[in-house]
Design a protein around this ligand. Sequence first.
Ligand SMILES: C[S@@+](CC[C@H](N)C(=O)[O-])C[C@H]1O[C@@H](n2cnc3c(N)ncnc32)[C@H](O)[C@@H]1O
Length: 380
Amino acid sequence: MTSGRGEESSLPAGGPARHIPVLLAEVIAALEPREGAAFVDGTFGAGGYTSAILETAGAKVIAIDRDPDAIAAGQALVAQSKGRLTLVSGVFSELDVIAREAGCEALQGIVLDIGVSSMQIDEAVRGFSFRFEGPLDMRMGQIGRSAADIINTADAEELADILFYFGEERQARRLTRAIVNDRAQTPFTTTRQLASLCERVIPTKPTQIHAATRTFQALRIAVNDELGELTRALAAAERALAPGGVLAIVTFHSLEDRIVKQFFAERSGRGQARSRLLPGEPVPPKPTFDLEPGQPVSAGAAELEANPRSRSARLRFARRTDAPALGLVGAWAELASLPARKPVSTKTAPGDPAYNRSTSDRSASSQSPGKGRPNKSGGR
Ligand SMILES: C[S@@+](CC[C@H](N)C(=O)[O-])C[C@H]1O[C@@H](n2cnc3c(N)ncnc32)[C@H](O)[C@@H]1O
């Protein structure tokens, strides 16, 4: 059994594994479920967090997943819950609307476990894994533009941006040239076809991650608009939580973790010296979250041993204050829009030699490296 988000660890024998929830004890400790309280699990998956919350008598859960397979598999838990679990097919960026429609206005906790489940990654037909031959799909919701659609139809600039920003792939330009060249002969239809191209273009040593790792991550993020979903979900959670309610987010890669970290830092007013404002300087809005100490939380030795895929998981959580929600404005709003979203980090960016292109040949690279990065004023 596996936790479902790494590509490097051993694969299950005999078909898709059931998902093991990561950082389960830590997530439940952060949420503090109690009788009568309502929670949103925005990433139901195999229902690991939801089941644990429901163990508290009288606690209610509104669980969301965009994958119809997860919703179908969850019906047994719905039946067992005796009305305490509402399972909704939808996206977590709309969690405030979904919770309201389910009759919950004031939530005591929201949890998001970002990424794919074991069932998704280990099911060859879903096309998430470069290790299995399958259709180049990667759609969690099973609708919309597939990975093959992007690879076969995106123009070279969009493709290079996706690989560079969403995969942090330094060979984005080389890979893009090879893809554009190959697809003119034969369109890409399968996972192994694309993985073979990556192996050909990026020679790797056995000690390094597989040549296709970053490309597959980039495509998955693009296909499912994962960073846009996350950014909008942060704002939805800020609107939906009752004062004192907790937002807990488990991420699996640095792009997502950086967004969550920056959101919490900004919304908790970290770094703002309110007493030192100069006369006439605008007073910053009141913090909407209190950051809990000791973060991020990662898996301990026992969990790492039992489940090596948990090693990249990071939990961050914060408690809602009674200040009015601030919403997504400025740079945060830019982050939530496609295409050519900028990375939150300034470390690698269009000016980076790795990107290997002039600043005049494309709109995205003509922007400064920091553009799109929320800052103290931009996010309010
Ligand atoms: C890592 S798994 C969650 C596993 C879950 N915590 C458990 O214990 O079984 C992530 C799940 O979230 C779903 N998901 C990802 N992005 C989503 C989104 N934007 N809206 C709704 N569900 C999403 C995926 O389909 C997948 O089933």
